[in-house]
Design a protein around this ligand. Structure first.
Ligand code: HEM
Ligand SMILES: *[C@@H]1O[C@H](CO)[C@@H](O)[C@H](O)[C@H]1NC(C)=O
Ligand SMILES: *[C@@H]1O[C@H](CO)[C@@H](O)[C@H](O)[C@H]1NC(C)=O
Length: 325
């Protein structure tokens, strides 16, 4: 296949970072789970993603955020992909915390391609993780080895989505606690927020920091002026405006860290980690050293995507990602 777009050329900068001694506690994820049942899985997904990225540059960022919002609620079990099946298990998309989540149906489309080649074998939860990790490398980020073997849930929980998905203005204490519960160090927690190197935010999520005195005082003046123009009222009049999170929203690089150090953080938490003495040293280091950021992000991503998963008989392999079998 010939690949000639700038996005892919950047993938030549890819570094390989595999957490050598990663142990997944109490479950059976493995690095060669589909070796026999679906040997071409990863190249199949990659081929589809290259096609999708060419038609819509927002797919990589959407997939990466989807992973966080899936894993944060009941673990990485594709619960976010379920449409409402009945009154007890409503769709997690009804939670306002999932505002701006896109491309759930694109995962369903990739699943249908995978089903043609390996029917009934590959879970939607694994497809989602693979789609995100391929998104990272195709956008110029690290090539991450991820263990597989997740099963899909038969339930979803809008209530848990409300409770567990963080507001953009959480405190650094809350931020550290979220990722500590997934086995991450503070350094890894700061690196996983580097996912904000990709994508955009809506005014709804920006006004919380823009109209907060403390953060406003620390904002770069030109940036504050720009944001005030884009999001002029504390209660947004429209949900149509999107603002890139850093200057290179389709490149996975360390620009995000430089950006927040300059007082150009879009969300409250991004500003907070650039100023808190526990997290700021890592922000500074990642801003200077892309390779170090990539290595740390890779191990953090494996922890994020392996925490609290369903394996073996604990779940099913859905035939369609948006409904239980
Ligand atoms: C405390 C943790 C986090 C908070 C408070 C947070 C908050 C947010 C908010 C408010 C947005 C903007 C959504 C919008 O307005 O459309 C956003 C976007 C995004 N987040 Fe996070 N986030 C967190 C952690 C993460 C993690 C761990 C990842 C992935 C590993 C992630 C990946 C993304 C991506 C890629 C976007 C851009 C989405 C797009 O362009 O469609 N975030 N985040
Ligand atoms: C709702 O769906 C779940 C999962 O398919 C099932 O276990 C449960 O019994 C259903 N509840 C009702 C009231 O139909
Ligand atoms: C924007 O979306 C939020 C969340 O869904 C909603 O509460 C709000 O009313 C919307 N605002 C406008 C102006 O449409």
């Amino acid at each position: 296949m010939e690949i000639s777009l700038p996005l892919i050329k950047l993938a030549t900068m890819v570094i390989i970072a595999m957490p050598l001694s990663f142990v997944v506690q109490g479950n059976q994820l493995s690095y060669n789970y589909y070796k026999n049942s679906c040997p071409n899985l990863e190249s199949l997904i990659k081929k589809e993603l290259v096609r999708l990225f060419l038609t819509d540059v927002t797919t990589p960022s959407a997939f990466l955020r989807l992973v966080f919002h899936d894993c944060q609620v009941q673990g990485c079990d594709a619960s976010i992909l379920l449409d409402t099946n009945n009154a007890t298990h409503g769709s997690e998309m009804t939670s306002s915390r999932n505002f701006g989540i896109k491309h759930r149906e694109t995962i369903g489309y990739i699943k249908s391609i995978v089903e043609e080649e390996c029917p009934g074998q590959v879970s939607c939860a694994d497809i989602l993780i693979l789609a995100a990790k391929v998104s990272v490398s195709l956008s110029g980020g690290p090539f991450i080895q991820v263990p597989l073997g997740r099963k899909d849930s038969t339930t979803s929980s809008p209530k848990e989505a409300d409770a567990k998905l963080p507001s953009p203005t959480i405190t650094v204490d809350e931020f550290i606690a979220i990722f500590k519960s997934k086995g991450m160090s503070i350094q890894e927690s700061v690196s996983i927020l580097g996912a904000h190197t990709l994508g955009v935010g809506h005014c709804l999520n920006i006004v919380g920091s823009l109209y907060n005195q403390e953060i406003r005082d620390n904002m770069n003046l030109k940036f504050k002026t720009l944001l005030t123009l884009l999001c002029p009222t504390e209660s947004p009049l429209t949900n149509l405006t999107v603002v890139p999170i850093d200057m290179t929203p389709i490149l996975f690089d360390n620009q995000y860290y430089r950006h927040i150090l300059m007082g150009k953080a879009l969300f409250g938490i991004d500003s907070s980690i650039s100023r808190d003495p526990r997290t700021a040293p890592f922000v500074t280091r990642f801003a200077k050293d892309k390779r170090y950021f990539f290595e740390t992000f890779s191990s953090a991503f494996v922890k994020l995507s392996s925490a609290n998963v369903l394996t073996d008989m604990q779940g099913e392999v859905r035939r369609k990602c948006n409904q239980v079998n």
